[in-house]
Design a protein around this ligand. Sequence first.
Ligand SMILES: Cc1cc2nc3c(=O)[nH]c(=O)nc-3n(C[C@H](O)[C@H](O)[C@H](O)COP(=O)(O)OP(=O)(O)OC[C@H]3O[C@@H](n4cnc5c(N)ncnc54)[C@H](O)[C@@H]3O)c2cc1C
Length: 281
Amino acid sequence: MTTSLNQTYDYIIVGAGSAGCVLATRLTEASDCQVLLLEAGHPDIHPDVRDPTKWVTLFPGDLDWGYMTTPMKGCNDRVDHVPRAKMLGGCHSHNANAWVRGHRSDFDSWAYAGCYGWGWQDVEPIFKRIEDWQGPASEHRGTGGPIHVEPAKDPNPIAVALVEAGPSVGLPIAKDYNGLDMEGTTLFDMTVKNGQRFSVADGYLRPALSRKNLTVITGAHTHRLLLDGSNCVGVEFDNNGVAQAARTSGDVILSSGVIGSPTILMHSGIGPAEELEALGI
Ligand SMILES: Cc1cc2nc3c(=O)[nH]c(=O)nc-3n(C[C@H](O)[C@H](O)[C@H](O)COP(=O)(O)OP(=O)(O)OC[C@H]3O[C@@H](n4cnc5c(N)ncnc54)[C@H](O)[C@@H]3O)c2cc1C
């Protein structure tokens, strides 16, 4: 982690969450590719982040953005917290650690709707490449990949009873919901190793941190994109209270999450014109 900036980068990645950690690691495999990864939050070293049973204690708090909903009519106007992690690893540093690839038919329906390259037969080899599966060997599971995945260990007896009760109400027991047998009741596979959370930051980013072509800055809150006409040439960010700018000769990649990425775009004047005008942007 360093705060000295190059004059320019090939890529600036905003947000070191699930997506940002993978992108930064894969892009810096090419040693001549200079990458700056900016993360608004803290490192992910808090003991309650490492302990996978403590995830619900992590929000709201310092490691979370503290987003709240507007009053929700369908919930008697209740206002609720929307958890979004603010630290290295993003939401994979405070999520439930369940490893769920998604149902084959979801991917196939995307491909059918025109999203070519995202059908099950396209993504399954990539899931396998990601995984270091510790359960029973299967041609549908990957081993040796960066993300440690293991079957649930020492499950609560209530969970086991719930799974076993499935067939009594017509739900089969899914033998491998991340493999071929995706429907039914089951226990989650977990991204937990030796009783500790094993996040995308652990599997991808940490092994790449010693690369000379990767700069990671935490406490770096990006406010907006620097635009030259319609070209994005960099970002403005706040580095632990100090305003800074970083420039790219290539691309800025927004991987700031489902709320963070559109916020940065809108602060940069990119978004629904009426809403932006009303806010004086
Ligand atoms: C409580 C909870 C439980 C979940 N449980 C599971 C689960 O068990 N299994 C599962 O598969 N999925 C789970 N998910 C979903 C999963 O964790 C997310 O879908 C995934 O992590 C999102 O990845 P992302 O890269 O899109 O965003 P994030 O991981 O949210 O990363 C965005 C990063 O960008 C940073 N950022 C945002 N704005 C800025 C800015 N302006 N400047 C700089 N940095 C910024 C954030 O701090 C964050 O680190 C859960 C999510 C939550 C919230």
